[in-house]
Design a protein around this ligand. Structure first.
Ligand SMILES: Cc1ncc(C[n+]2csc(CCOP(=O)(O)OP(=O)(O)O)c2C)c(N)n1
Length: 370
């Protein structure tokens, strides 16, 4: 169901059609091998499994909340696999595929949504920040980080092991936030090596795209003076190609890019949301035909990849599911008093007082029946 707000006439980079055929788009090529595409497929399947397992764990009462990534796997995997180890990703709460591709243990993600973690992980370990919940603010974090890369002399040196960029993940709703607009302006003015990767999944909770923008999101880059590219967000090859080019531009010192990945949130906003209240089943059905995982499977089958290989990927996904289910229940409950230890590098008197107050309150229950 296409309505005018969908901007269906705007140009779109696509390299793999929904029925699995390679196609062309001027200016962009995916130059990986068949084995590389198999690696991307594996990431897509593992991301989907991580997501559906976590969703089920929430329904079993093991997680407090889960924001499903269903339908957005290609946008996340394609963009994240374009990153080099020295680049830095700033994901949102929905970007499980990005966390997966950076090599962070997905059990840490479960810990966050189980409420059993005082942080999640050390962002420095895999150059991936913690999932950001404050809509749009990560665009400023990524811009500040990118400006610092320039000041540190890590941009435009021509050394592929050294030159670095950052990427900010955001949704269509985030483009209405002041933070996003400030970030684009700062990034453009300072030619910061940052890529803004917007997954236009058509909804910000129940608010449709037409309430966020009159023009395609990618077009909004024009007013800030940076390039904007609109890409099929359900096409992993196109997302990889577009973000590879944008990151290289950034690392080379040529400034920021806004990428709009046109995709669709197939599931609910979170496990607390009922999308049947604000969108039609026919719309969801239409997007099912553009599934990001299935189109890669069709392509690989057409290329002669044997059944056994697909089965081995399924086995791996099953093993991930088992590991996640078992590990989730084993996540230890943290000592809440430790929260205060993570507030400052060097604690303050007030912070220590609050910690003491908390400990006294907690200990006042000792011996009482729960
Ligand atoms: C600053 C701020 N305002 C409001 C919210 C509540 N909120 C949580 S998710 C969301 C919608 C975000 O939509 P979008 O940016 O399109 O991302 P999506 O959830 O679709 O991935 C809102 C408004 C918030 N987390 N932060």
């Amino acid at each position: 169901m296409t309505d005018p707000s969908d901007h269906a006439d705007a140009p779109l980079v696509q390299l793999l059609t929904p029925d699995g055929r390679r196609t062309t788009s001027p200016g962009y090529i995916y130059d990986g091998t068949l084995a590389d595409i198999q690696d991307l497929y594996r990431d897509l399947v593992m991301t989907r499994r991580l997501d559906t397992e976590a969703f089920a764990l929430q329904r079993h009462g093991e997680l407090g909340l889960w924001p499903p990534a269903l339908g957005q796997e290609a946008a996340q995997v394609g963009s994240a696999r374009a990153l080099r180890p020295q680049d830095f990703a700033f994901p949102t709460y929905r970007d499980h595929g990005v966390v997966w591709c950076r090599g962070e243990d997905p059990v840490h993600l479960l810990g966050i949504f189980r409420g059993s973690s005082l942080g999640g992980w050390d962002p420095a370990d895999h150059h991936v920040a913690l999932p950001n919940i404050i809509i749009g603010s990560q665009t400023l974090h990524a811009t500040g980080y990118a400006m610092a890369l320039t000041l540190d002399g890590l941009v435009g040196t021509g050394n592929p092991e050294r030159d670095a960029a950052s990427i900010a993940y955001l949704g269509d709703g985030a483009t209405s936030q002041g933070d996003f607009n400030e970030a684009l302006d700062w990034a453009a003015v300072h030619q910061a090596p940052v890529v803004f990767f917007c997954q236009n999944n058509h909804y910000a909770i129940s608010v449709p795209l037409e309430r966020q923008t009159r023009v395609p999101i990618a077009q909004r880059a024009d007013g800030f003076g940076l390039p904007g590219v609109r890409v099929d967000g359900n096409d992993v090859l196109a997302c990889h190609a577009v973000v590879t080019a944008a990151l290289q531009r950034a690392r080379d010192g040529q400034g920021p890019t806004l990428v709009e990945a046109v995709t669709y949130r197939m599931g609910a906003h979170t496990t607390s949301d009922d999308p049947t209240r604000y969108r039609e089943a026919a719309e969801v059905e239409a997007w099912k035909a553009k599934d990001p995982v299935e189109r890669v499977r069709l392509h690989l089958v057409a290329e002669g990849v044997p059944d056994e290989w697909f089965r081995s990927v399924e086995d791996e996904a099953d093993a991930l599911g088992v590991r996640l289910r078992e590990a989730c229940q084993d996540i230890p409950e943290p000592d809440l008093a430790e929260l205060f230890d993570h507030v400052f590098v060097e604690s303050t008197v007030e912070n220590e007082q609050q910690k003491a107050e908390y400990v006294a309150w907690r200990d006042s229950f000792e011996g009482s029946v729960a």
